[in-house]
Design a protein. Structure first.
Length: 130
């Protein structure tokens, strides 16, 4: 397979940049817990795990069972002493260190939950900037 971008610039990292550009918001690393309920063809699946990072539009979590992309889910996020349930959509999954990393996009957040997520992300960004 030939290297280079479709634009002919020879840029071998075009795929990586395209992936980064799909993200609408910066993610911040966090330590928290989550409970995920996913609606799969096999039925409802409930998993517990840890939150890796979060943005105002989604998050990455680590769980110990495989999930497939493109399923609807609900997540309970416990971060910085705050607990919030949010609707989401599983966007990607990857194997990682005896578990699975799962990327989720938040869907249809009501204003109060969106405000809480915005505040948590802003606080974490301020802490990381120090």
């Amino acid at each position: 397979m030939a290297k280079g971008s479709a634009s002919g610039t020879g840029d071998t990292n075009a795929v990586g940049r395209a992936f980064q550009q799909r993200r609408r918001h910066a993610r911040v690393p966090v330590k928290g817990t989550t409970r995920l309920i996913a609606d799969t063809p096999e039925g409802m699946v409930t998993l517990s795990g840890s939150v890796i990072d979060v943005s105002v539009s989604g998050c990455a979590i680590k769980v110990h069972a495989r999930l497939e992309p493109d399923y609807e889910a609900r997540l309970e996020l416990s971060l910085d002493g705050e607990r919030v349930w949010v609707p989401g959509h599983i966007v990607w999954t990857r194997t990682r260190e005896q578990g699975w990393m799962v990327g989720l996009r938040f869907d249809r957040l009501v204003p109060a939950r969106a405000d809480l997520i915005h505040r948590l992300v802003a606080e974490r960004q301020r802490r990381n900037d120090r």
